[in-house]
Design a protein around this ligand. Structure first.
Ligand SMILES: *[C@@H]1O[C@H](CO)[C@@H](O)[C@H](O)[C@H]1NC(C)=O
Ligand SMILES: *[C@@H]1O[C@H](CO)[C@@H](O)[C@H](O)[C@H]1NC(C)=O
Ligand SMILES: *[C@@H]1O[C@H](CO)[C@@H](O)[C@H](O)[C@H]1NC(C)=O
Length: 150
């Protein structure tokens, strides 16, 4: 009984320490998501930089995915100048995008920051038979631990 209380206290103390040491938000800059149209498909380009420490140069992250009309999912995107980051894009049912970026905190856990891109920030253009989608929201986003689904 007492032993389990001590364990619970130790676990909550380390969670609090982890929360304190890590920034709660992460700045994402120059975000773009575009279809570059070809005959009947798009090369979808995602591009952004991340710079958690202004004294360091930013990391560049991008993905190039072919597909039809809609901005597609990216399951494990990379950042060319920082292998520590992994990121993802998930289209939502209401036409927006869920963005997440994470890195290893220790051998057992990653720290993840998320941002929701509403459908109103994605423009769909119809060009003859094909649709093309572009992100038209702010270039800079703030990803936050508290935005991630629990
Ligand atoms: C976006 O973020 C970059 C990098 O932090 C910064 O240089 C730029 O001024 C920001 N742009 C806007 C419009 O806030
Ligand atoms: C994406 O970023 C790279 C540099 O990191 C740049 O060369 C490329 O033009 C960018 N693409 C778009 C569509 O902005
Ligand atoms: C942390 O992220 C990496 C890269 O996506 C993944 O391979 C690994 O399984 C994740 N670890 C945990 C504990 O979720």
């Amino acid at each position: 009984m007492q032993f389990s209380i001590i364990l619970a206290l130790a676990a909550s103390a380390s969670a609090a320490t982890l929360q304190r040491r890590q920034a709660q938000t992460y700045p994402i800059a120059d975000f773009s998501a575009d279809c570059i149209p070809h005959s009947n498909y798009c090369s979808h380009s995602y591009n952004f930089t991340v710079n958690s420490d202004p004294s360091l140069s930013p990391s560049h992250c991008s993905a190039f995915v072919q597909g039809p009309d809609q901005l597609p999912a990216v399951e494990e995107g990379t950042c060319s100048d920082n292998v520590g980051y992994t990121w993802s894009i998930e289209p939502t049912s209401d036409g927006g995008l869920d963005f997440a970026i994470w890195y290893a905190f220790n051998a057992r856990s990653n720290i993840t920051y998320c941002a929701s891109i509403p459908a109103s920030q994605i423009t769909t253009e119809t060009d003859g038979t094909a649709n093309t989608q572009h992100y038209t929201g702010p270039k800079n986003l703030t990803a936050s631990i508290s935005e991630c689904p629990a």
